[in-house]
Design a protein around this ligand. Structure first.
Ligand code: NAD
Length: 410
């Protein structure tokens, strides 16, 4: 019998909403859900996708992807690997997964009677694959696909082939942007059934990722590690993965930015993204991610760019409450801990992250990405409703706190 998930309870009566920020580096209570996924990490593995798919007996696959991956030949290589098993292609997925595109892709999936959906690309096409899987389950069962048990199997599973470092391939979450009355609002959906059943990591697929996208999605992966380390629901596995992720990313990301065709650096960076996604998959994110979702869904800022602008500010906001949890990240970045306070070491790490973001020529101010100062109060109000913001280790009690962070980032 295939166990779809392994769940470990170390406390009884666990309730996320009641859990207070745990201040120490170690946790003494946690709740862990493991998702059964087959993960293949190998240079050149995408060429053998057909063999991997064969083992799962999927016959009618649909591909969700983006135009740039059609233009650079990546989609053609998948078409070759899958042959007749690929019965539908939706290749224009836009950033932040708009609701009207989900409707189009679901119609195509129903017409073609697909039995599995591939997300190829960054977080957007992988998110689209999850959104289609969710909608098909709802249509077939007449019910939402929210799994009551973590062992629930999806009717139409997701296969993820990441080409950025965003990490969606490891998580049961997707975001969808709803448009109504001239406003856009990004909503996240979480369901263990959506966690991709097969993940193919092929560093060769990342060689053409442009320097700007390399940098932005790499910082997104780093942010997953940081928010996992201080998450109010962290566990020993998420902490171990996040710390190893910081080490790999700090070492490999500048090299990938400088020389995109360095396969060794690309491989180390993709492993860093895998570790970051693993850490993210099991813990509640905080203020940083809540703000990035609002900046993306409502203001249209690309997700990785929002991460680059907000991360140092979110770390500073949380510094006092989380220094002991972030000290291992500082150490993993090569910062000495001996003879100084954790807070002091983490301050150095924040500055090093800020400098790395600048050296990779990413925007560092909200004003550089089209946000008007007058919009900040409204964005703060929207962010205040975010569950991630409510889960922040340093409690966020009012919009004024968020507004002053946004002002500092502006
Ligand atoms: P993206 O998927 O939005 O892609 C951005 C651009 O990069 C696209 O134009 C795409 O065509 C291009 N691109 C992707 N791979 C490429 C490659 N190898 N070579 C050339 N161009 C390439 O970007 P993203 O930052 O990966 O994903 C962001 C989205 O993912 C956001 O919607 C975010 O909310 C979501 N996300 C979700 C999770 C999760 O756990 N569910 C985690 C992280 C991000």
């Amino acid at each position: 019998m295939l166990y779809d998930a392994l769940i470990v309870y170390f406390t009884l009566g666990y309730d996320r909403t009641e859990m207070k920020a745990q201040r120490g580096y170690l946790v003494n209570e946690f709740h862990y859900t493991g998702y059964a996924q087959e993960i293949i990490f190998r240079t050149g593995s995408v060429a053998r996708l057909g063999e991997a798919v064969e083992r799962f007996s999927w016959r009618r696959l649909m591909l969700c992807s983006t135009g740039s991956l059609r233009r650079d030949g990546t989609i053609a290589s998948l078409e070759k690997a899958l042959g007749e098993r690929l019965v539908a292609v939706y290749e224009h997925v836009q950033q932040h997964v708009p609701d009207f595109q989900v409707a189009e892709a679901v119609t195509l999936a129903l017409e073609c009677k697909v039995d599995a959906i591939i997300g190829l690309g960054g977080g957007s096409p992988i998110g689209m694959a999850k959104a289609v899987s969710f909608a098909l389950e709802e249509k077939h069962t007449g019910d939402g696909s929210r799994a009551t048990y973590p062992t629930g199997q999806p009717l139409v599973p997701v296969i993820a082939i990441p080409t950025t470092y965003a990490g969606s391939e490891m998580t049961p979450i997707y975001g969808i942007t709803h448009y109504s009355n001239d406003t856009a609002r990004k909503i996240t959906v979480t369901d263990v059934k959506l966690t991709p059943k097969l993940v193919i990591y092929d560093p060769l697929l990342t060689l053409k990722l442009p320097p700007s996208m390399t940098a932005a999605t790499g910082i997104n992966a780093l942010a997953h590690c940081i928010e996992a380390l201080y998450s109010i629901t962290r566990n020993p596995l998420s902490t171990a993965a996040a710390t190893a992720g910081v080490r790999a990313i700090a070492h490999a990301l500048p090299r990938c930015y400088a020389a995109g065709d360095d396969v060794e650096a690309r491989s180390e960076m993709l492993q860093g993204a895998f570790l970051a996604g693993s850490a993210l998959s099991n813990v509640a994110m905080g203020l940083h991610h809540g703000l990035c979702q609002v900046l993306g869904g409502t203001a249209g800022v690309p997700h990785g760019i929002a991460n680059a602008i907000i991360l140092p500010h979110a770390m500073r906001f949380n510094l006092e409450a989380t220094a002991s949890q972030l000290a291992p990240a500082a150490e993993a970045m090569g910062i000495t801990l001996a003879g100084r306070s954790a807070e002091n070491a983490v301050e150095e790490a924040i500055q090093a992250i800020y400098d790395m973001i600048g050296q990779m020529n990413l925007p560092q101010h909200l004003r550089d990405v089209g946000i008007q100062e007058v919009d900040l109060p409204r964005l703060a109000q929207i962010a205040l409703q975010s569950q991630a913001v409510r889960n922040n280790p340093e409690p966020v009690t009012g919009a004024a706190q968020i507004e002053s962070l946004l002002q500092a980032a502006w």
